[in-house]
Design a protein around this ligand. Structure first.
Ligand SMILES: CC(C)(COP(=O)(O)OP(=O)(O)OC[C@H]1O[C@@H](n2cnc3c(N)ncnc32)[C@H](O)[C@@H]1OP(=O)(O)O)[C@@H](O)C(=O)NCCC(=O)NCCS
Length: 183
């Protein structure tokens, strides 16, 4: 889905544009994915598992842009992708079409400046306008900053996947499921 572009000012004075993703973002998005995957253990992927081709990634972004019931939001700062978040449909079956999923990641240099909060506020308002009744997400146990932001936005814990992630050193981490109900 394509939504209205918005300019926001971060706590440190930098500005960002929040906008729908475009096919032309493909190279920048691949670089962004490699960067964020290498900067934190709180995402699903290792940096060496970002293996998209330019054309494949372009197709994914184009599909996201045009998918009704889904959105991918880019935070653009100084002409590059500083962060990204998405609303993902759970499908069109009548019993699940009231639900959507949410995920977000920012480059480290843009963390802690209010960007995540601003992106979530905008994405959640769009999810509501799209007709969803609840938004669901997972957060890795120990990701206290993300959990704090999610709780601030009205999410609450709804379950836990034990040993959800296994790291290269053999250690595990649980994932906590959270939900925000729009009522
Ligand atoms: C999680 C993330 C999206 C949050 O976005 P952000 O722009 O950094 O967050 P904001 O600046 O909007 O807000 C940060 C809040 O967390 C608080 N915070 C910072 N570090 C914290 C910590 N270790 N424990 C608890 N709270 C913390 C800040 O004080 C601030 O609180 P406030 O809004 O009540 O003042 C972003 O940090 C990120 O992408 N991190 C790396 C990838 C990631 O973890 N993604 C989420 C996967 S589930």
């Amino acid at each position: 889905m394509i939504f209205e572009e918005k300019e926001i000012r971060l706590k440190d004075g930098r500005t960002c544009i929040l906008r729908s993703v475009r096919r032309e973002d493909a190279a920048d998005m691949i670089e962004y994915l490699r960067t964020v995957s290498g900067e934190t253990d709180f995402l699903l992927r290792n940096a060496d598992e970002v293996t998209y081709t330019l054309e494949g990634e372009g197709d994914i972004l184009e599909n996201k842009r045009n998918a009704p019931g889904e959105l991918m939001m880019v935070a653009e700062a100084d002409g590059i992708v500083a962060g990204n978040c998405g609303i993902v449909s759970r499908g069109n079956l009548r019993r699940v079409r009231h639900r959507c999923g949410f995920a977000i990641a920012l480059k480290q240099e843009y963390c802690d400046a209010g960007l995540g909060t601003a992106m979530m506020e905008y994405a959640l308002s769009l999810a509501r306008e799209m007709g969803y009744e609840q938004v669901e997400l997972e957060v890795v146990d120990g990701n206290d900053r993300a959990r704090h932001v999610y709780e601030k936005m009205g999410f609450r814990e709804s379950g836990r996947v034990l040993r959800s992630l296994k790291y290269d050193d053999g250690s595990y981490r649980d994932e906590i499921s959270m939900v925000k109900l729009f009522d």
